[in-house]
Ligand binder design. Sequence first.
Ligand SMILES: [Ca+2]
Length: 174
Amino acid sequence: MVLDRYQYGYDAAGNRVWKMNMVARDAQRPLDELYEYDDLARLVAARRGLLSTSPSLSLASVGFEQAWGLDALGNFSEFDEDAGGNGWDLEQQRTVNPANEITGIDQGQGQPAWITPQYDAAGNMISEVDPVFWTKNFLVFANGSEGLSPWVPPGGPKVTPVCPDRAACFTRPN
Ligand SMILES: [Ca+2]
């Protein structure tokens, strides 16, 4: 049984412009993807739906879309997402400091607010957004030359990591 089979299309610069999910197409499911790039060949938009390549590239039944605004250094100055093909659910503007650490995330009116990641003095991200609960942060423990570093939440007890590797090193706060 074939689980996945893809076909790809590229532009003259070698950027992948589209991906057809052949198994999904056989099942009439709109899981093809169409991509856009800026003048520096950086990905700025991805859309998922049912792709046509003739007479021109077009996408029908769009069910998911993300778009990125990139600053000169490649930081996301903007991040947009639509989960239903019916307009943006999330329209974020992000700011960074000179060390390219995120300092603020704003969103459109009525959209879920994400918590700003936190960093230690060495620039390690020590908390990031919980992907399940966007309004909460994970704790992240840096696994650098000093080994795993405990993080002390503001006003809270020191958290001692017991995880053997980075993947196991995410702790969801209560
Ligand atoms: Ca939407």
